[in-house]
Ligand binder design. Structure first.
Ligand code: ATP
Ligand code: MG
Length: 137
């Protein structure tokens, strides 16, 4: 079994899409292994997106991620990382495939409803960043 970190970003929460997004995961074989709601501090968001610190959109991305609460989840499936990213769709909704979460609900490249780990290495860092072992079922 593989694990991945999913985040419903502040836009997904404010658009009342928590249920819709979780429905997608559960009905496509991704098990919810951990879940919590949290308002990230600036330091927490900066640390989470540390790999993007040199990108021109970093400041705006951090402000967006702390603009409201997020839903943090650990998803589990045999191929969880890839499967989650397929359900999410491309970063830019204009490039996302029909039927994906971002195609259906994302507003633009930044306000794109969900985050998903992109490799085993990032999944391991990201899960450990938000969850302790006893919170994962
Ligand atoms: P995520 O990491 O959130 O799952 P991703 O892997 O598809 O998304 P990344 O390239 O890792 O995309 O970028 C991280 C996040 O930064 C994006 O999801 C988006 O919110 C924001 N972002 C990426 N590119 C841009 C951009 N050109 N302009 C504004 N925001 C961007
Ligand atoms: Mg990414």
């Amino acid at each position: 079994m593989q694990k991945t970190l999913s985040i419903i970003k502040p836009d997904g929460v404010s658009k009342k899409l928590i249920g819709e997004v979780i429905r997608r995961f559960e009905s496509n074989g991704l098990k919810i292994a951990a879940l919590k709601m949290k308002k990230l501090s600036k330091t927490e968001a900066e640390g989470f997106y540390y790999v993007h610190r040199e990108r021109p959109f970093f400041g705006e991305l951090v402000e967006f991620m702390i603009s409201g609460p997020v839903v943090l989840m650990v998803l589990e499936a045999p191929d969880a990382i890839k499967q989650n990213r397929e359900l999410m769709g491309a970063t830019d909704p204009a490039e996302a495939k029909e039927g994906t979460i971002r195609k259906q609900w994302a507003e633009n490249k930044q306000n794109n409803i969900v985050h998903g780990s992109d490799s085993e290495e990032s999944a391991s860092f990201e899960i450990g960043y938000f969850f302790s072992g006893i919170e994962i079922f």
